[in-house]
Design a protein around this ligand. Structure first.
Ligand code: FE2
Ligand code: FE2
Length: 241
């Protein structure tokens, strides 16, 4: 496995490890500021690779916040390993995540964010949107970096393989192909389509992101709001009743 680091927006570093067993990338995003923030810890078994990649940008001991979008091993499996190497670090997630998941799982207490609450990193502000069951998980939520308008997209826009770090081309087409392909596979039904799915996607689109920081696949630079609305149409068609 090799890990690459790419600055996809000012001070936002994409840490990407392609895992051949899964055939997909696992991408974390480091936001450098007075209080550095890592979006997703990566899996426990990939911790050393992620830590060494962070160390190529900042001293990992400086990390202050460990954000995650929903409680799964690729999003926060290495949380306790990070809490050990970064003494000031604290997990930050939805209230549900803090109460239901991390109260037991995390070695130190997390910080819970309410819907629409802002976490200040220094010069930058991260807005948190609670989005239960989008993409999946009761505790799900999204972080949005307001200064340069980067949306951390969690599992939305999933693309398999080992594509380029940052694309200005279409990311909706590959995501649609992946949704279609996934319906026949063992991991089908990963995204529940509910009455809240489309309104929540519209809320994300209204943030008008300029960069979509995508957890599995290429990040996207361009009209992020338009891309999210196009993805919403794809999801309605492919996953809606
Ligand atoms: Fe997930
Ligand atoms: Fe994921």
């Amino acid at each position: 496995m090799t890990t690459t680091v790419t600055e996809i927006a000012r001070g936002v570093h994409r840490i990407s490890t392609f895992h051949p067993d899964f055939g997909i990338q696992f991408n974390q995003f480091l936001v450098v500021d007075d209080e550095p923030f890592l979006m997703h810890t990566g899996m426990r078994k990939m911790f050393e690779a992620t830590r060494d990649a962070v160390a190529s940008v900042i001293d990992p001991a400086r990390l202050r916040w460990l954000g995650y979008s929903h409680f799964e091993p690729d999003e926060c499996g290495a949380l306790n390993e990070w809490l050990r190497v970064a003494p000031r670090a604290q997990a930050v997630c939805s209230s549900v995540g803090a109460i239901v998941m991390l109260g037991d799982f995390a070695d130190r207490p997390p910080r819970a964010l309410a819907d629409d609450e802002v976490l200040t990193l220094g010069a930058r502000r991260l807005r948190f949107l609670a989005t239960p069951h989008l993409p999946h998980g009761w505790d799900a939520g999204f972080f949005f970096e307001e200064t340069d308008r980067t949306l951390f997209c969690s599992d939305l826009f999933f693309q398999p393989g080992d594509p380029e770090p940052l694309s200005e081309a279409d990311v909706v087409g590959p995501a649609r192909d992946a949704i279609r392909g996934g319906k026949a596979g063992p991991l089908a039904n990963d995204v529940p389509y509910t009455a809240r799915t489309e309104p929540t996607l519209r809320r994300l689109a209204a943030l008008a992101p300029r960069t979509l920081a995508i957890m599995h696949g290429s990040s996207f630079r361009g009209d992020g709001g338009k891309a999210i609305l196009e993805l919403a149409a794809v999801m309605r068609e492919e996953l809606g009743a």
